[in-house]
Design a protein around this ligand. Structure first.
Ligand SMILES: Cc1ncc(COP(=O)(O)O)c(C=O)c1O
Length: 375
């Protein structure tokens, strides 16, 4: 098979041109203009570290939070920068003022590392974490809520799920949960950059998201948002100089001692890149590529195109050895893509970013066909 061409924006990205990179979802990828700003902040830090940390960092971070808040539809003061979604999940599981006996209701499409965070903290705190069954479709929200128990204090769910790339109906779930006095805590690891967000209007109680996935910042940039009525009650995971009475949300939750702030300070460049290079028509064409892939492999997962964006997951042929297939795809075809077991079945998840092409997605389908991995 002839190698497929790369996408229009491929030369912006630092990705190895030899690799057909269909896995933006796992760790994101950073375009050069953002990377250069990131490195400039690292140099700036090292030029005069005392001045940078002691004098300048607070206002620089406040500016970055404020700009990010505009993008996310919330006040910058309600945000704290964190290194990644896993850390943010630990912050909620550790610090949310649950009472012993409270139950957190997750579901069977949640990301493993975050489930581990819940399991670790709930065991220490005398709480429970239980998995509900998720059913994509018009009654998804009702079906999820019908599995709550009198002890359920919070629903925890992804806005965009990892193994199945489903966009879950978060506003509806939050509305039904609120009517039952149940909190909604959202893992939005894949959301910023793929979904238009307005956190103030979403109706949820807490939300965290990665910026290093679909907003293309360098690794180690994410945020935690908590609705204003809850922020005084959230205890910090790490207490340091910022842990003072009456201090801001960011002071409590962001000041983790000396660390590299450059990825947080690259947010402004990432937002500019997103605005200028990834406007809605570009992202829609990425979604159309996912549709093309899902149709080619006959995925039955999504009730409609509203249920996915720039990632699409599909079942592979029963009996597929996922580890072997992954190696074959990489060694024979130079395709980087996640192949995994979910619900005891073999699955694959395509990511589509503006550096990809339809020909790359077709090349993947051909490779899967030759390797007899399609159902
Ligand atoms: C839904 C979801 N939540 C959380 C994470 C964890 O992200 P990180 O490794 O940046 O903490 C991921 C990573 O892929 C994810 O897909």
């Amino acid at each position: 098979m002839p190698r497929p061409p790369r996408g229009a924006l491929a030369s912006d990205f630092l990705l190895d041109p030899e690799v057909i990179f269909l896995n933006h979802g796992s760790f994101g990828a950073c375009p050069r203009p953002i990377w250069e700003v990131y490195q400039a902040w690292q140099l700036e830090t090292e030029r005069q570290p005392v001045d940078f940390f002691a004098t300048r960092s607070e206002s620089l971070l406040a500016e970055a939070r404020s700009e990010l808040g505009e993008f996310l539809g919330c006040q910058g003061e309600q945000l704290a920068f964190v290194t990644c979604a896993t850390v943010a999940c630990n912050m909620l599981a550790h610090g949310w003022p649950f009472q012993p006996g409270d139950e957190i209701l997750g579901n069977d499409h949640e990301y493993g590392a975050c489930e581990r965070a819940w399991e670790y903290h709930v065991a220490r705190r005398g709480l429970t974490y239980r998995r509900a069954t998720l059913r994509p479709g018009p009654d998804c929200a009702e079906h999820l809520l019908s599995q709550a128990s009198p002890r359920t204090r919070a629903i925890y769910l992804s806005h965009l799920t990892s193994p199945t790339a489903l966009v879950l109906p978060v506003p509806e779930i939050a509305r039904l949960a609120r009517a039952r006095e149940i909190l909604t805590l959202v893992d939005g690891a894949h959301a910023p950059g793929q979904l238009d967000l307005n956190l103030d209007e979403l109706g949820v109680d807490a939300y965290f998201g990665n910026l290093h996935k679909w907003l293309n910042t360098p690794k180690g940039s994410a945020f935690l948002w908590v609705a204003p009525e809850h922020s005084p009650g959230l205890l910090p995971l790490v207490a340091g100089w910022g842990f003072e009475p009456e201090a801001s949300f960011a002071s409590w939750h962001e000041r983790w001692g000396t660390r590299d702030l450059a990825a947080f300070l690259s947010v402004s460049a990432a937002l500019a890149y997103h605005r200028e290079r990834l406007p809605p028509p570009v992202r829609q064409s990425c979604q159309a590529r996912v549709t093309r892939f899902l149709e080619a492999v006959g995925s039955q997962l999504y009730p409609s195109a509203e249920w996915y964006r720039q990632m699409g997951a599909a079942r592979l042929a029963d009996g597929t050895d996922v580890d072997h297939l992954k190696v074959q795809l990489y060694q024979r075809y130079r395709i980087e893509i996640p192949v995994y077991r979910f619900g005891d079945k073999p699955w694959i998840r395509l990511s589509s970013q503006a550096y990809n092409t339809d020909e790359e997605a077709d090349y993947l389908v051909e490779a899967l066909r030759s390797l007899k991995a399609l159902p």
